[in-house]
Design a protein around this ligand. Structure first.
Ligand code: NAD
Length: 374
């Protein structure tokens, strides 16, 4: 069982290979890219403890040597400090222009190492081996790389496409359930933004996916990657359509900022809540029926996911403060908030035309419900 999605970007095109057992075959899959039988790998401590030796063995079986460095797990690793450490280490390893740097880990490692590869010697090639569901379905594909700074998330970065992505679906088995479900927030986003039939499929197969059904996992990852690849091929640097991938993200970024980018709310959890709010706002503006946000919520709840503001522990700021946080999002254009709204499940579109009152009403209603439940 193996699937392949081609990301079509002219001379920057690459394949995303999806299936079980890919790390054990990493040597065979990566060797066509290598000028010499050696790779350098950057990972995080949690992922390295679980999977680095499988990768080492998979490379060794094709005679490829591997050097590795590990960084602490967690969002704080997407920093200037880690970037400096990574670049220093890569230079010490004498990585040359044609060599391959491998990012083994979740979205944090993928974003950081991709950015290091983008700036090292003005750009070296890199391979993504995404190990979290979020990284397999989203962050490893599309070439957005970067780090967080004091002023906000992902504010320093570059577009730098990988040369190959190996999404080994076996490694998802070691993910904590909370991290798995956070990644699922991005999977469901694809159905909601552009494919009602995929949403229906998830509604039926989501529980099997969660409990480890390999065929269902491969289908979900492949479908998600295919949708992302199609959008990225149309709009690599987000001049238009690519913004659709931000469904739920304007709300999510405000909620992440309000919770201090802490364990109170993971990114994918914020995306799921943000999608529910985006549908709520769409219904309030008369773009879709009230049944649509209810269907979104029911599905998320059935999967055991965070769905409402009331699922976020602790206090949240009032609606005006949340809107203020939204306005600081880097996706603001000419001072106008950009939203992804929907005319129904699978029918999202980008707009800057959202009355502040309607947005305030939706947030106030959600905050009131949170207060009622606490
Ligand atoms: P992460 O990399 O922090 O991984 C989440 C946790 O899971 C970490 O503790 C990690 O050690 C652990 N983990 C990863 N794989 C594992 C495995 N197989 N088994 C056990 N534990 C494992 O976070 P994430 O959720 O993967 O990614 C979030 C990051 O991705 C954010 O920084 C976000 O900004 C970024 N992102 C980037 C893009 C993009 O297009 N570049 C898109 C979406 C999100």
């Amino acid at each position: 069982m193996q699937e392949k999605v081609h990301v079509s970007l002219g001379e920057r095109s690459y394949d995303v290979i999806i299936g079980p057992g890919l790390m054990a075959r990493a040597g065979e899959l990566i060797s066509p890219l290598l000028p010499r039988p050696r790779v350098v790998v950057v990972s995080d401590e949690t992922v390295a403890a679980l999977h680095l030796e499988t990768l080492r063995a998979g490379l060794a079986s094709s005679g490829i040597a591997m050097e590795a460095m590990t960084l602490p797990a967690g969002e704080a690793t997407k920093s200037w400090e880690s970037l400096t450490r990574t670049c220093d280490w890569l230079l010490d390893q004498k990585v040359e222009r044609r060599d391959i740097v491998v990012a083994l880990g979740g979205g944090v490692i993928g974003d950081l190492v991709g950015f290091a590869a983008a700036v090292l010697r003005r750009g070296v090639r890199f391979v993504q081996i995404p190990t979290s569901l979020l990284a397999q379905v989203d962050s490893s594909v599309g070439g957005k790389t970067g780090i967080n700074v004091r002023q906000g998330k992902n504010l320093i970065g570059a577009f730098h496409q990988p040369a190959l992505v190996l999404a080994d679906t076996d490694v998802l088995a070691t993910l904590a359930e909370r991290d798995f479900l956070a990644g699922y927030g991005e999977v469901v986003k694809y159905g909601l933004l552009g494919d009602a039939a995929f949403f229906d499929w998830l509604d039926e197969n989501g529980p099997a996916l969660k409990s480890g059904d390999m065929a269902a996992r491969i289908t979900a990852v492949t479908k998600s990657v295919q949708m992302k690849a199609d959008i990225v091929a149309r709009d690599e640097t987000e001049q238009g359509d690519r913004a659709l991938l931000n469904l739920g993200h304007t709300f999510c970024h405000a909620l992440e900022a309000a919770t201090g980018y802490s364990n109170r709310l993971l990114h994918g959890e914020g995306v799921a809540i943000g999608c529910a709010l985006a549908f709520e706002l769409s219904a309030r503006l008369g773009l879709c029926s009230q049944e649509e946000p209810s269907r979104v919520r029911e599905h998320l709840k059935r999967m055991g996911m965070k769905t409402d503001l009331s699922d976020i522990p602790g206090d949240l700021p009032d609606s005006d403060a949340l809107i203020e946080l939204m306005a600081q999002d880097k996706k603001v254009l000419d001072g106008k908030l950009r939203f992804i709204l929907a005319r129904g499940i699978g029918q999202a579109f980008v707009t800057s035309d959202v009355p502040r009152d309607a947005l305030g009403d939706v947030l106030q209603a959600a905050l009131k419900e949170k207060a009622r439940q606490s």
